[in-house]
Write a protein that binds this ligand. Structure first.
Ligand code: LLP
Length: 432
């Protein structure tokens, strides 16, 4: 009935998530409220781990891309489910450290790691640096030398694969701020350079072609290109790289129009391609990492709002104003992202009214969704926006000095706060 399996409707006609009545959750914790279903998150983690076992002899590890939703509880769950972590900033490293995450299973990404972040990452014993550019390579080598350690590194490679997704979240093509290009020879030169340094050890190659991708073919093509490059490195430099990181980007369902493939299918096809190419180049079958973010947190999450006002502009549209908006979910304002909106107070009623859900910021573009169909909305109703677990809280802001919402984890009818609601005191915390 809903795009997300954890959702249902109870005898009161209210939307439920993980067995909890969303209208009750809204009353108990206030709105706006992020709600996450623990079972969905854990099941998705397991399906990734199991697909490695089933199709790749367990010779790999999924890393949870924590940019999708970084908080201590997500780090704990990722760890309990046997995943590593992809982090992109000192803040995400700090979160992992605070959660007690095993730091050797952490990969540090980013196209402009600062010297401070590199020091912090080395002190925190982060497992691998995914190096983005030559300046950074030199900086990591230099800081590692100062500390008398050797940093394990990977190179972010642009495989030249064009994934069919939104322009802002495509990253595999040559015109991207991320990584080293293959076709210009830049990547090969970087590998040669790394081999001359004493305080970095090149262990892995990495690529990531984009996000919210439904097609398996570009992932397979990228994997093949990466193996060809590993073959070239072996043939021309006599160096065998034994680990390959294929990034994340697996699409999820925001609306009924989205058709994600089961994640298993991805692993099945990619592992076939990797094994075949390894054989062709006479390389050992590499240890593989993947980096799912959105697909782990996305469909597990919803956002609950309370309807404040309703404004019908004849022959134009009906605005329904909610108590959140672009500060907790910027994705419509930024990418015109489609979402499913449900009137959680009347989830048993047919969706008959077409409304535009507006946020509360002083900004005309602060819309959550335009021209979306919901069961007739009244002031005071609880509205739910589905599939908001990824890139919502993590991209939230305090624009208009609006405090960030709380996040609640639900599990089989139980709920608990995992991120507290910000207070006004938090808002002025750093003001002098
Ligand atoms: N690995 C790397 C190197 C990445 O850059 C990303 C996402 C991922 C993994 C995780 O991709 P996922 O599995 O979540 O698709 N803010 C945008 C998404 C930006 C994605 C950035 N990189 C959005 O809201 O759609």
């Amino acid at each position: 009935m809903f795009v997300n399996d954890c959702l249902n409707v109870n005898e009161k006609g209210h939307l439920t998530i993980g067995g909890c009545d969303t209208v009750d959750l809204a009353k108990k914790y206030g709105t706006p409220l992020y709600v996450l279903d623990e079972t969905t998150i854990r099941e998705t983690c397991r399906s990734y781990v199991n697909s490695f076992k089933k199709f790749y002899d367990g010779n790999g590890m999924p890393l949870y891309a924590s940019k999708a939703l970084s908080c201590k509880e997500m780090c704990r769950i990722a760890n309990e489910e046997g995943l590593g972590l992809d982090v992109v900033s000192g803040g995400e490293i700090y979160t992992a450290v605070q959660a007690g995450f095993p730091m050797e299973k952490v990969h540090f990404h980013g196209n402009n790691k600062t010297a401070d972040e590199i020091r912090f990452a080395l002190d925190s014993k982060v497992g691998k640096f995914v190096v983005d550019n030559l300046y950074e390579l030199e900086l990591i080598n230099q800081i590692a030398e100062e500390k008398g350690v050797v940093a394990n590194i990977s190179f972010r490679i642009k495989p030249g694969v064009d994934a069919h997704t939104h322009n802002f979240i495509r990253t595999g093509q040559i015109d991207s701020k991320f990584g080293f290009a293959l076709e210009t020879g830049e990547a090969f030169e970087a590998v040669k350079k790394a081999l001359t340094y004493n305080n970095v050890a090149l262990k892995e190659l990495h690529c990531h072609i984009g996000s919210q991708i439904f097609d398996i073919d570009p992932f397979v093509t990228a994997a093949e290109i990466m193996l060809d490059f590993m073959g070239k490195i072996k043939d021309e430099l006599n160096v065998v790289i034994t680990e390959l990181n294929l990034g994340g980007g697996f699409g999820i369902m925001y609306t009924e129009e989205d058709e994600p493939v089961p994640y298993e299918n991805y692993m099945e096809k990619v592992s076939e391609a990797v094994k075949a190419k390894a054989k062709e180049h006479n390389l050992p079958v590499p240890y593989i990492y993947i980096e799912p973010g959105r697909s782990i947190a996305g469909e597990a999450g919803i956002t609950l709002y309370t309807v404040g006002g309703k404004k019908n502009i004849p022959d134009v549209r009906t605005y329904v104003s909610v108590d959140g908006g672009m500060t907790d979910n910027i994705r419509y304002a930024l990418y015109q992202s489609a979402y499913t909106v449900v009137n959680a107070s009347k989830a048993d009623k047919e969706a008959t009214e077409i409304v535009t859900v507006a946020g509360k910021c002083c900004e005309s573009g602060d819309l959550v969704q335009e021209h979306t169909k919901v069961a007739e909305v009244e002031v005071g109703d609880t509205l739910a926006v589905l599939s908001t677990g990824a890139y919502n809280y993590s991209m939230a802001s305090n624009y208009n000095r609006i405090p960030r919402p709380a996040m609640v984890m639900v599990n089989n009818g139980e709920s608990r706060v995992i991120i507290k609601r910000e207070s006004y005191e938090d808002i002025v915390r750093n003001d002098i």
